[in-house]
Ligand binder design. Structure first.
Ligand code: ADP
Length: 463
Protein backbone atom coordinates (compact mmCIF):
# COMPACT_ATOMS: atom_id res chain seq x y z
CA UNK A 1 0.00 0.00 0.00
CA UNK A 2 1.26 3.43 -0.88
CA UNK A 3 1.39 6.09 1.87
CA UNK A 4 2.99 9.09 0.23
CA UNK A 5 3.86 12.37 1.88
CA UNK A 6 1.56 15.33 1.57
CA UNK A 7 0.40 18.21 3.69
CA UNK A 8 2.19 18.02 7.08
CA UNK A 9 -0.21 16.96 9.82
CA UNK A 10 0.91 19.98 11.92
CA UNK A 11 -0.84 22.26 9.42
CA UNK A 12 -4.15 20.59 10.15
CA UNK A 13 -3.94 19.59 13.82
CA UNK A 14 -2.59 21.32 16.93
CA UNK A 15 -0.72 19.29 19.54
CA UNK A 16 0.71 16.55 17.33
CA UNK A 17 4.11 16.82 19.05
CA UNK A 18 3.14 18.63 22.24
CA UNK A 19 -0.45 17.64 23.09
CA UNK A 20 -1.27 15.70 26.25
CA UNK A 21 -0.16 12.07 26.05
CA UNK A 22 -3.15 9.73 26.19
CA UNK A 23 -1.03 6.63 26.36
CA UNK A 24 1.85 4.91 24.72
CA UNK A 25 2.33 1.53 23.18
CA UNK A 26 4.92 -0.53 21.43
CA UNK A 27 4.76 1.51 18.26
CA UNK A 28 4.79 5.02 19.69
CA UNK A 29 2.89 7.61 21.62
CA UNK A 30 -0.82 8.52 21.42
CA UNK A 31 -1.61 12.23 21.88
CA UNK A 32 -4.71 14.37 22.18
CA UNK A 33 -4.82 16.76 19.22
CA UNK A 34 -7.20 19.48 18.05
CA UNK A 35 -8.39 19.92 14.50
CA UNK A 36 -7.44 23.54 13.81
CA UNK A 37 -10.38 24.49 11.61
CA UNK A 38 -13.11 23.07 13.84
CA UNK A 39 -11.68 22.64 17.34
CA UNK A 40 -12.70 18.97 17.29
CA UNK A 41 -10.45 16.74 19.37
CA UNK A 42 -8.94 13.45 18.21
CA UNK A 43 -6.38 10.89 19.32
CA UNK A 44 -3.30 10.73 17.12
CA UNK A 45 -1.21 7.62 17.24
CA UNK A 46 2.32 8.44 16.07
CA UNK A 47 4.03 5.41 14.66
CA UNK A 48 7.75 5.85 14.98
CA UNK A 49 9.25 4.57 11.74
CA UNK A 50 12.69 4.58 13.35
CA UNK A 51 11.54 1.60 15.38
CA UNK A 52 10.71 -0.33 12.25
CA UNK A 53 13.93 -2.00 11.13
CA UNK A 54 12.77 -4.43 8.58
CA UNK A 55 10.67 -4.38 5.48
CA UNK A 56 8.50 -7.05 7.10
CA UNK A 57 7.91 -4.72 10.07
CA UNK A 58 6.90 -1.93 7.74
CA UNK A 59 4.57 -4.28 5.93
CA UNK A 60 2.99 -5.16 9.27
CA UNK A 61 2.45 -1.50 9.98
CA UNK A 62 0.87 -0.92 6.61
CA UNK A 63 -1.30 -3.95 7.21
CA UNK A 64 -2.57 -2.46 10.47
CA UNK A 65 -3.43 0.77 8.70
CA UNK A 66 -5.07 -1.07 5.84
CA UNK A 67 -7.16 -3.15 8.22
CA UNK A 68 -8.25 -0.15 10.25
CA UNK A 69 -9.27 1.73 7.10
CA UNK A 70 -11.74 -0.97 6.21
CA UNK A 71 -13.49 -1.26 9.52
CA UNK A 72 -16.83 0.41 10.15
CA UNK A 73 -18.31 -0.88 13.37
CA UNK A 74 -19.73 0.90 16.44
CA UNK A 75 -17.43 -1.04 18.80
CA UNK A 76 -14.24 -0.50 16.84
CA UNK A 77 -12.32 2.76 17.02
CA UNK A 78 -12.58 4.71 13.78
CA UNK A 79 -9.55 5.75 11.80
CA UNK A 80 -10.30 9.23 10.49
CA UNK A 81 -7.16 10.15 8.55
CA UNK A 82 -3.62 9.01 7.87
CA UNK A 83 -0.55 11.25 7.46
CA UNK A 84 3.07 10.46 6.91
CA UNK A 85 6.31 12.35 7.48
CA UNK A 86 9.85 11.10 6.86
CA UNK A 87 10.03 9.64 10.35
CA UNK A 88 6.46 8.90 11.41
CA UNK A 89 3.06 7.72 10.29
CA UNK A 90 0.20 9.46 12.06
CA UNK A 91 -3.14 7.77 12.58
CA UNK A 92 -5.88 10.25 13.42
CA UNK A 93 -8.44 8.28 15.41
CA UNK A 94 -11.77 8.88 17.03
CA UNK A 95 -11.08 10.03 20.59
CA UNK A 96 -12.21 7.71 23.39
CA UNK A 97 -12.68 9.76 26.52
CA UNK A 98 -13.86 7.04 28.90
CA UNK A 99 -10.46 5.52 29.69
CA UNK A 100 -9.32 1.95 29.61
CA UNK A 101 -11.45 -1.02 30.55
CA UNK A 102 -8.50 -2.16 32.61
CA UNK A 103 -8.65 0.97 34.78
CA UNK A 104 -12.41 0.80 35.22
CA UNK A 105 -12.10 -2.79 36.43
CA UNK A 106 -9.91 -1.49 39.24
CA UNK A 107 -12.59 1.03 40.18
CA UNK A 108 -15.30 -1.63 40.63
CA UNK A 109 -16.33 -2.77 44.11
CA UNK A 110 -14.06 -5.74 45.00
CA UNK A 111 -12.27 -5.14 41.69
CA UNK A 112 -14.73 -7.07 39.58
CA UNK A 113 -17.90 -6.38 37.59
CA UNK A 114 -21.45 -7.44 38.26
CA UNK A 115 -22.73 -10.17 35.93
CA UNK A 116 -25.11 -7.85 34.09
CA UNK A 117 -22.37 -5.29 33.42
CA UNK A 118 -19.87 -7.96 32.46
CA UNK A 119 -22.39 -9.52 30.04
CA UNK A 120 -23.04 -6.08 28.50
CA UNK A 121 -19.30 -5.61 27.89
CA UNK A 122 -18.64 -9.14 26.62
CA UNK A 123 -21.58 -8.79 24.25
CA UNK A 124 -19.97 -5.70 22.69
CA UNK A 125 -16.58 -7.40 22.46
CA UNK A 126 -18.08 -10.43 20.75
CA UNK A 127 -19.96 -8.18 18.36
CA UNK A 128 -16.66 -6.51 17.36
CA UNK A 129 -14.84 -9.86 17.15
CA UNK A 130 -17.60 -11.40 15.04
CA UNK A 131 -17.37 -8.43 12.70
CA UNK A 132 -13.57 -8.77 12.41
CA UNK A 133 -13.88 -12.49 11.69
CA UNK A 134 -16.55 -11.86 9.08
CA UNK A 135 -14.03 -9.57 7.33
CA UNK A 136 -11.39 -12.28 7.41
CA UNK A 137 -9.38 -10.69 10.22
CA UNK A 138 -7.99 -12.34 13.36
CA UNK A 139 -7.03 -9.94 16.15
CA UNK A 140 -4.72 -12.45 17.92
CA UNK A 141 -3.85 -9.98 20.67
CA UNK A 142 -7.16 -9.38 22.40
CA UNK A 143 -6.78 -8.32 26.00
CA UNK A 144 -8.35 -5.90 28.42
CA UNK A 145 -5.92 -3.16 27.41
CA UNK A 146 -7.28 -3.21 23.85
CA UNK A 147 -10.67 -1.88 24.91
CA UNK A 148 -11.43 1.74 25.75
CA UNK A 149 -14.68 3.37 26.78
CA UNK A 150 -16.02 5.88 24.30
CA UNK A 151 -17.10 8.30 27.06
CA UNK A 152 -17.05 8.56 30.83
CA UNK A 153 -20.79 7.78 31.04
CA UNK A 154 -21.66 4.74 33.12
CA UNK A 155 -23.28 3.01 30.14
CA UNK A 156 -20.59 4.06 27.66
CA UNK A 157 -19.84 1.78 24.74
CA UNK A 158 -16.60 -0.11 24.40
CA UNK A 159 -14.26 0.48 21.48
CA UNK A 160 -11.65 -1.97 20.36
CA UNK A 161 -8.28 -0.34 19.56
CA UNK A 162 -4.93 -1.54 18.27
CA UNK A 163 -4.69 -3.98 15.37
CA UNK A 164 -0.91 -4.21 15.34
CA UNK A 165 -0.95 -7.96 15.20
CA UNK A 166 -4.06 -8.56 13.20
CA UNK A 167 -3.84 -9.96 9.76
CA UNK A 168 -6.09 -11.16 7.01
CA UNK A 169 -6.91 -14.81 6.93
CA UNK A 170 -9.06 -17.23 5.02
CA UNK A 171 -11.43 -19.33 7.05
CA UNK A 172 -9.72 -22.49 8.16
CA UNK A 173 -6.28 -21.20 7.18
CA UNK A 174 -3.71 -21.99 9.83
CA UNK A 175 -1.18 -19.37 10.89
CA UNK A 176 2.26 -20.38 12.01
CA UNK A 177 3.68 -17.43 13.89
CA UNK A 178 3.24 -17.51 17.62
CA UNK A 179 2.05 -14.12 18.76
CA UNK A 180 -0.09 -12.87 21.58
CA UNK A 181 0.12 -11.68 25.15
CA UNK A 182 0.67 -14.15 27.98
CA UNK A 183 -2.56 -13.97 29.98
CA UNK A 184 -5.03 -14.14 27.08
CA UNK A 185 -2.99 -16.17 24.62
CA UNK A 186 -4.71 -19.34 23.42
CA UNK A 187 -3.00 -22.75 23.75
CA UNK A 188 -2.92 -23.32 20.00
CA UNK A 189 -1.11 -19.98 19.55
CA UNK A 190 1.59 -21.22 21.91
CA UNK A 191 1.69 -24.47 19.95
CA UNK A 192 2.06 -22.46 16.74
CA UNK A 193 -0.98 -23.40 14.63
CA UNK A 194 -4.09 -21.37 15.07
CA UNK A 195 -7.06 -19.70 13.41
CA UNK A 196 -9.70 -17.12 14.37
CA UNK A 197 -10.92 -19.17 17.35
CA UNK A 198 -7.91 -17.92 19.35
CA UNK A 199 -9.89 -14.66 19.76
CA UNK A 200 -12.77 -16.58 21.34
CA UNK A 201 -10.41 -18.06 23.90
CA UNK A 202 -9.27 -14.51 24.74
CA UNK A 203 -12.89 -13.45 25.27
CA UNK A 204 -13.29 -16.39 27.69
CA UNK A 205 -10.23 -15.21 29.63
CA UNK A 206 -11.53 -11.62 29.69
CA UNK A 207 -14.99 -12.76 30.91
CA UNK A 208 -13.33 -14.69 33.76
CA UNK A 209 -11.19 -11.66 34.61
CA UNK A 210 -14.10 -9.19 34.56
CA UNK A 211 -16.25 -11.43 36.77
CA UNK A 212 -13.59 -12.18 39.36
CA UNK A 213 -10.83 -9.58 39.07
CA UNK A 214 -8.23 -12.29 38.35
CA UNK A 215 -7.17 -14.02 35.13
CA UNK A 216 -7.87 -17.78 34.99
CA UNK A 217 -4.31 -18.85 34.15
CA UNK A 218 -2.35 -16.10 35.95
CA UNK A 219 0.00 -13.80 34.11
CA UNK A 220 -1.72 -10.47 34.51
CA UNK A 221 0.64 -8.79 36.95
CA UNK A 222 0.39 -11.83 39.26
CA UNK A 223 3.30 -13.71 40.87
CA UNK A 224 3.24 -16.77 38.55
CA UNK A 225 6.21 -17.33 36.30
CA UNK A 226 5.71 -17.24 32.57
CA UNK A 227 6.40 -20.97 32.41
CA UNK A 228 3.60 -21.64 34.89
CA UNK A 229 1.15 -19.45 32.99
CA UNK A 230 2.11 -21.20 29.78
CA UNK A 231 1.65 -24.66 31.30
CA UNK A 232 -1.73 -23.66 32.78
CA UNK A 233 -2.88 -22.41 29.39
CA UNK A 234 -1.67 -25.49 27.52
CA UNK A 235 -3.48 -27.75 30.02
CA UNK A 236 -6.50 -25.49 30.10
CA UNK A 237 -6.35 -25.77 33.88
CA UNK A 238 -8.25 -23.17 35.84
CA UNK A 239 -10.60 -23.18 38.85
CA UNK A 240 -13.55 -21.01 39.72
CA UNK A 241 -11.79 -19.75 42.83
CA UNK A 242 -11.95 -18.10 45.30
CA UNK A 243 -15.30 -19.53 46.31
CA UNK A 244 -16.48 -16.29 47.97
CA UNK A 245 -16.51 -14.67 44.54
CA UNK A 246 -17.55 -17.53 42.29
CA UNK A 247 -20.32 -18.88 44.56
CA UNK A 248 -22.19 -15.68 43.77
CA UNK A 249 -21.80 -16.08 40.01
CA UNK A 250 -24.57 -17.82 38.06
CA UNK A 251 -24.06 -21.35 36.70
CA UNK A 252 -24.70 -20.08 33.16
CA UNK A 253 -21.77 -17.64 33.44
CA UNK A 254 -19.48 -20.50 34.47
CA UNK A 255 -20.87 -22.60 31.64
CA UNK A 256 -20.15 -19.71 29.23
CA UNK A 257 -16.52 -19.56 30.38
CA UNK A 258 -16.14 -23.35 30.29
CA UNK A 259 -17.47 -23.39 26.73
CA UNK A 260 -15.02 -20.72 25.55
CA UNK A 261 -11.96 -21.97 27.43
CA UNK A 262 -11.78 -25.30 25.64
CA UNK A 263 -8.21 -26.14 24.63
CA UNK A 264 -9.21 -27.78 21.36
CA UNK A 265 -10.12 -24.83 19.08
CA UNK A 266 -12.33 -27.04 16.93
CA UNK A 267 -14.59 -27.60 19.93
CA UNK A 268 -14.69 -23.89 20.77
CA UNK A 269 -17.70 -21.88 19.54
CA UNK A 270 -17.45 -19.26 16.83
CA UNK A 271 -18.19 -15.64 17.81
CA UNK A 272 -21.71 -15.99 16.42
CA UNK A 273 -22.42 -19.14 18.44
CA UNK A 274 -20.87 -17.57 21.56
CA UNK A 275 -23.19 -14.57 21.18
CA UNK A 276 -26.15 -16.91 21.54
CA UNK A 277 -24.98 -18.82 24.58
CA UNK A 278 -27.49 -18.85 27.45
CA UNK A 279 -25.59 -16.54 29.79
CA UNK A 280 -25.43 -13.66 27.29
CA UNK A 281 -29.04 -14.22 26.27
CA UNK A 282 -30.06 -14.03 29.94
CA UNK A 283 -27.86 -11.25 31.23
CA UNK A 284 -26.88 -8.88 28.45
CA UNK A 285 -30.47 -7.83 27.88
CA UNK A 286 -31.48 -7.40 31.51
CA UNK A 287 -31.46 -3.65 31.42
CA UNK A 288 -33.48 -3.60 28.19
CA UNK A 289 -37.15 -2.81 28.23
CA UNK A 290 -39.72 -3.68 25.56
CA UNK A 291 -39.63 -0.09 24.30
CA UNK A 292 -35.92 -0.57 23.48
CA UNK A 293 -37.01 -2.91 20.69
CA UNK A 294 -39.14 -0.28 18.98
CA UNK A 295 -37.67 2.13 16.47
CA UNK A 296 -38.16 5.84 16.92
CA UNK A 297 -40.88 6.80 14.35
CA UNK A 298 -38.78 9.78 13.21
CA UNK A 299 -35.97 7.42 12.29
CA UNK A 300 -38.38 5.20 10.38
CA UNK A 301 -39.58 8.31 8.53
CA UNK A 302 -35.97 9.34 7.82
CA UNK A 303 -35.23 5.92 6.33
CA UNK A 304 -38.37 6.02 4.21
CA UNK A 305 -37.47 9.49 2.93
CA UNK A 306 -33.86 8.52 2.26
CA UNK A 307 -34.82 6.18 -0.56
CA UNK A 308 -36.24 9.16 -2.48
CA UNK A 309 -32.99 11.14 -2.27
CA UNK A 310 -31.00 11.77 -5.43
CA UNK A 311 -27.70 9.92 -5.71
CA UNK A 312 -25.76 13.11 -5.10
CA UNK A 313 -27.69 13.85 -1.97
CA UNK A 314 -27.11 10.32 -0.71
CA UNK A 315 -23.40 10.72 -1.34
CA UNK A 316 -23.30 13.94 0.62
CA UNK A 317 -25.09 12.31 3.52
CA UNK A 318 -22.47 9.56 3.37
CA UNK A 319 -19.63 12.08 3.43
CA UNK A 320 -21.18 13.95 6.33
CA UNK A 321 -21.84 10.74 8.26
CA UNK A 322 -18.08 10.34 8.63
CA UNK A 323 -17.74 13.76 10.23
CA UNK A 324 -20.28 13.27 13.00
CA UNK A 325 -18.95 13.13 16.53
CA UNK A 326 -19.97 10.47 19.07
CA UNK A 327 -22.42 12.76 20.88
CA UNK A 328 -24.14 13.57 17.57
CA UNK A 329 -24.85 9.93 16.79
CA UNK A 330 -25.66 8.70 20.29
CA UNK A 331 -29.38 8.39 19.54
CA UNK A 332 -28.87 6.75 16.17
CA UNK A 333 -26.61 4.20 17.85
CA UNK A 334 -29.58 3.01 19.95
CA UNK A 335 -31.73 2.68 16.84
CA UNK A 336 -28.96 0.80 15.07
CA UNK A 337 -28.80 -1.65 17.95
CA UNK A 338 -32.52 -2.26 17.63
CA UNK A 339 -32.06 -3.07 13.95
CA UNK A 340 -28.98 -5.22 14.49
CA UNK A 341 -31.06 -8.18 15.64
CA UNK A 342 -28.37 -10.81 15.12
CA UNK A 343 -25.61 -8.82 16.87
CA UNK A 344 -23.32 -8.68 13.84
CA UNK A 345 -22.72 -4.92 14.01
CA UNK A 346 -24.40 -4.57 10.60
CA UNK A 347 -28.02 -4.67 9.44
CA UNK A 348 -29.32 -7.52 7.31
CA UNK A 349 -32.33 -7.21 5.02
CA UNK A 350 -34.14 -9.76 7.17
CA UNK A 351 -33.64 -7.70 10.36
CA UNK A 352 -34.68 -4.53 8.59
CA UNK A 353 -37.86 -6.18 7.38
CA UNK A 354 -38.58 -7.65 10.78
CA UNK A 355 -38.23 -4.36 12.60
CA UNK A 356 -39.56 -1.93 10.00
CA UNK A 357 -42.65 -3.88 9.02
CA UNK A 358 -43.61 -4.28 12.69
CA UNK A 359 -42.70 -0.72 13.65
CA UNK A 360 -44.30 1.06 10.79
CA UNK A 361 -47.42 -1.03 11.24
CA UNK A 362 -47.62 -0.01 14.88
CA UNK A 363 -46.67 3.62 14.26
CA UNK A 364 -48.09 6.58 12.44
CA UNK A 365 -46.64 5.67 9.04
CA UNK A 366 -49.05 2.92 8.24
CA UNK A 367 -47.76 -0.52 7.34
CA UNK A 368 -44.67 -0.71 5.12
CA UNK A 369 -44.66 -3.49 2.58
CA UNK A 370 -41.73 -5.86 2.20
CA UNK A 371 -40.99 -4.27 -1.19
CA UNK A 372 -40.81 -0.82 0.38
CA UNK A 373 -38.38 -2.11 2.99
CA UNK A 374 -36.27 -3.67 0.25
CA UNK A 375 -36.18 -0.29 -1.51
CA UNK A 376 -35.02 1.37 1.71
CA UNK A 377 -32.36 -1.33 2.13
CA UNK A 378 -31.10 -0.85 -1.42
CA UNK A 379 -31.03 2.91 -1.01
CA UNK A 380 -28.87 2.63 2.11
CA UNK A 381 -26.41 0.14 0.61
CA UNK A 382 -23.56 2.08 -0.95
CA UNK A 383 -21.84 -1.01 -2.32
CA UNK A 384 -24.49 -2.99 -4.11
CA UNK A 385 -22.60 -6.28 -3.79
CA UNK A 386 -22.73 -6.09 0.03
CA UNK A 387 -25.56 -7.94 1.71
CA UNK A 388 -25.59 -5.86 4.88
CA UNK A 389 -25.86 -2.22 5.86
CA UNK A 390 -22.79 -0.83 7.56
CA UNK A 391 -22.83 1.47 10.58
CA UNK A 392 -22.03 4.63 8.61
CA UNK A 393 -24.43 3.78 5.80
CA UNK A 394 -27.13 3.72 8.44
CA UNK A 395 -25.96 7.04 9.90
CA UNK A 396 -26.07 8.57 6.41
CA UNK A 397 -29.69 7.46 6.00
CA UNK A 398 -30.63 8.75 9.46
CA UNK A 399 -28.68 12.00 9.07
CA UNK A 400 -31.78 14.17 9.29
CA UNK A 401 -32.05 13.03 12.93
CA UNK A 402 -28.63 14.46 13.78
CA UNK A 403 -27.76 18.07 14.42
CA UNK A 404 -25.30 18.67 11.60
CA UNK A 405 -23.36 21.83 12.37
CA UNK A 406 -20.63 24.05 11.04
CA UNK A 407 -17.91 21.75 12.38
CA UNK A 408 -19.21 18.87 10.27
CA UNK A 409 -19.27 20.94 7.10
CA UNK A 410 -15.77 22.19 7.76
CA UNK A 411 -14.53 18.70 8.50
CA UNK A 412 -16.14 17.38 5.33
CA UNK A 413 -14.56 20.14 3.30
CA UNK A 414 -11.22 19.69 4.97
CA UNK A 415 -11.14 15.99 4.21
CA UNK A 416 -12.13 16.53 0.61
CA UNK A 417 -9.41 19.10 0.23
CA UNK A 418 -6.96 18.02 -2.45
CA UNK A 419 -3.69 18.40 -0.53
CA UNK A 420 -4.76 16.01 2.13
CA UNK A 421 -3.57 12.52 2.75
CA UNK A 422 -5.94 9.72 3.46
CA UNK A 423 -4.36 8.33 0.34
CA UNK A 424 -3.94 4.99 2.05
CA UNK A 425 -7.67 5.09 2.52
CA UNK A 426 -8.15 5.98 -1.12
CA UNK A 427 -6.07 3.00 -2.15
CA UNK A 428 -8.44 0.51 -0.67
CA UNK A 429 -11.40 -0.56 -2.68
CA UNK A 430 -14.13 0.41 -0.23
CA UNK A 431 -16.84 2.21 -2.09
CA UNK A 432 -17.80 4.74 0.50
CA UNK A 433 -14.30 6.10 0.34
CA UNK A 434 -14.50 6.01 -3.42
CA UNK A 435 -17.65 8.08 -3.24
CA UNK A 436 -15.70 10.41 -1.00
CA UNK A 437 -13.11 10.87 -3.68
CA UNK A 438 -15.52 11.04 -6.56
CA UNK A 439 -17.06 13.97 -4.76
CA UNK A 440 -13.58 15.32 -4.31
CA UNK A 441 -13.15 15.31 -8.10
CA UNK A 442 -16.59 16.79 -8.51
CA UNK A 443 -15.78 19.63 -6.19
CA UNK A 444 -12.23 20.07 -7.38
CA UNK A 445 -12.90 23.46 -8.89
CA UNK A 446 -14.69 25.08 -5.95
CA UNK A 447 -13.38 26.35 -2.68
CA UNK A 448 -14.85 26.50 0.75
CA UNK A 449 -17.61 29.04 0.22
CA UNK A 450 -19.07 27.22 -2.75
CA UNK A 451 -18.85 23.94 -0.97
CA UNK A 452 -20.53 25.39 2.08
CA UNK A 453 -23.46 26.78 0.14
CA UNK A 454 -23.83 23.70 -2.04
CA UNK A 455 -23.88 21.31 0.86
CA UNK A 456 -26.48 23.35 2.73
CA UNK A 457 -28.71 23.44 -0.31
CA UNK A 458 -28.30 19.75 -1.08
CA UNK A 459 -28.98 18.66 2.46
CA UNK A 460 -31.90 21.00 2.99
CA UNK A 461 -33.88 20.57 -0.25
CA UNK A 462 -34.72 17.40 -2.13
CA UNK A 463 -33.30 17.42 -5.65
P1 ADP B 1 0.20 0.28 20.67
O1 ADP B 1 -0.51 -0.34 19.53
O2 ADP B 1 1.45 0.99 20.23
O3 ADP B 1 0.43 -0.68 21.80
P2 ADP B 1 -2.26 1.43 21.60
O4 ADP B 1 -3.10 1.58 20.40
O5 ADP B 1 -2.55 0.24 22.47
O6 ADP B 1 -0.73 1.46 21.22
O7 ADP B 1 -2.41 2.76 22.44
C1 ADP B 1 -1.68 2.98 23.63
C2 ADP B 1 -2.56 3.71 24.64
O8 ADP B 1 -2.97 4.98 24.11
C3 ADP B 1 -3.85 2.97 24.97
O9 ADP B 1 -3.66 2.03 25.99
C4 ADP B 1 -4.77 4.11 25.37
O10 ADP B 1 -4.60 4.44 26.73
C5 ADP B 1 -4.30 5.28 24.51
N1 ADP B 1 -5.15 5.38 23.31
C6 ADP B 1 -5.00 4.70 22.16
N2 ADP B 1 -5.97 5.02 21.27
C7 ADP B 1 -6.76 5.93 21.88
C8 ADP B 1 -7.97 6.63 21.49
N3 ADP B 1 -8.52 6.46 20.29
N4 ADP B 1 -8.53 7.50 22.38
C9 ADP B 1 -7.97 7.68 23.60
N5 ADP B 1 -6.86 7.04 24.03
C10 ADP B 1 -6.24 6.17 23.19
Amino acid sequence: MEVPFGKPIEEVYDGVQTGPVLGSGISGVVRLVTHKATGVKYAVKCLDLGLVDTEAGLMQLREEIFIMCQLDHPNIVRLEEVYESHSEIYLVQELCLGGELFDRLDEQPDYHYTEAECARLIKQMLCAVRYLHSKGIIHRDLKLENFLFSSSAQDSELKMIDFGLSKHFRYGEIHQEAVGTPYTVAPEVIRGRYDERCDIWAIGVIAFLLLSGDPPFGGCGGSESLMTVRANILNGSFEFEPAEIWDLVSPTAKEFINTLLVTNPKLRPTATVAQNLTWLEEWAHRSKTDSDNILNPNVVRALVNFKEFSDMRKLLCEVLSFTLLPEQIKDLRKEFETLDIDGSGEISLLSLKQVLVTNAGAGSLGALTEEEVEDIFNAMRVKKTETRIRWHEFIAAGLSQCEVDDRNLRLAFDRLDNDHKGVSIKKQQELHYNTFFSIQRYFDWIRYLHFYISIYVLISFPI
